[in-house]
Design a binder for this molecule. Structure first.
Ligand code: E4P
Length: 217
């Protein structure tokens, strides 16, 4: 399973990228706004900076909600760097835009997905990635991981090439459960990727080995 960092913060991306296990980055308008980025030029600059930090796909989301606006913005975003994937909401206009970009050789990430029906339309339209939101479904007493498993099974059964990119990942067990459920990618807050390393037995074991190693010097 690929691991993407779900952030627009350059320092956090750099910290995880240094591990050598980062496969890409996802952003959304909320994550961009959180960084205090303002105006079209700063937005473009940030995407280029992110692309220069990570050797993998970087999802850049359109702000427009109408078909023409999505096409206009998506063309600008995809021209910034070869690793940019245009992120488009799973709406009527969004599915049209995903199909348009598929026909024109531009890769897309269909986002804000909460059902297998939406996943079907996105795959048929030719989305490169599909982003079901695990945590936001759990927030309303749904089962986000169950949705990942269901979509992964359907895509497998019908040989759809769209990759299941589990989003809205909230804790380390979500990451492990996404692997179990057959997600192709999990996009996670960088803190969660680093938190996968945490284990008290690793800490105590290393402390003992270090003490014993010192006895031999
Ligand atoms: C990423 O692609 C999504 O936009 C993001 O994971 C949403 O996460 P949240 O539900 O924690 O805001």
């Amino acid at each position: 399973m690929k691991l993407f960092a779900d952030t627009a913060n350059l320092n956090k991306i750099r910290e995880v990228a240094e591990l050598g296990v980062l496969d890409g980055v996802t952003t959304n308008p909320s994550l961009m706004a959180k960084e205090g980025i303002k105006g079209a030029e700063e937005i473009k600059r940030r995407y280029i900076d992110i692309c220069n930090l990570v050797d993998g796909d970087v999802s850049a989301e359109v702000f427009a909600t109408d078909f023409e606006g999505m096409i206009r913005e998506g063309k600008i975003l995809s021209s910034l760097h070869e690793n940019i994937v245009v992120k488009i909401p799973c709406t009527k206009d969004g599915i049209r835009a995903v199909k348009y970009f598929y026909d024109n050789g531009v890769r897309t990430n269909c986002t804000l997905v909460f059902s297998a029906g939406q996943a079907l339309l996105a795959a048929k339209a030719g989305a490169t990635y599909l982003s079901p939101f695990v945590g936001r479904l759990d927030d309303i007493s749904g089962d986000g991981i169950e949705l990942i498993a269901q979509i992964a099974e359907i895509y497998d059964k019908y040989d759809y090439e769209t990759e299941v990119l589990a989003a809205s990942v909230r804790h380390t067990m979500h990451i492990v459960q996404c692997m179990d459920a057959g997600a192709d990618v999990a996009t996670c807050p960088p803190e969660l990727i680093l938190a996968l390393l945490n284990h008290p037995l690793t800490d105590s074991g290393l402390a003992r080995f270090t003490t014993d190693a010192q006895k031999m010097t």
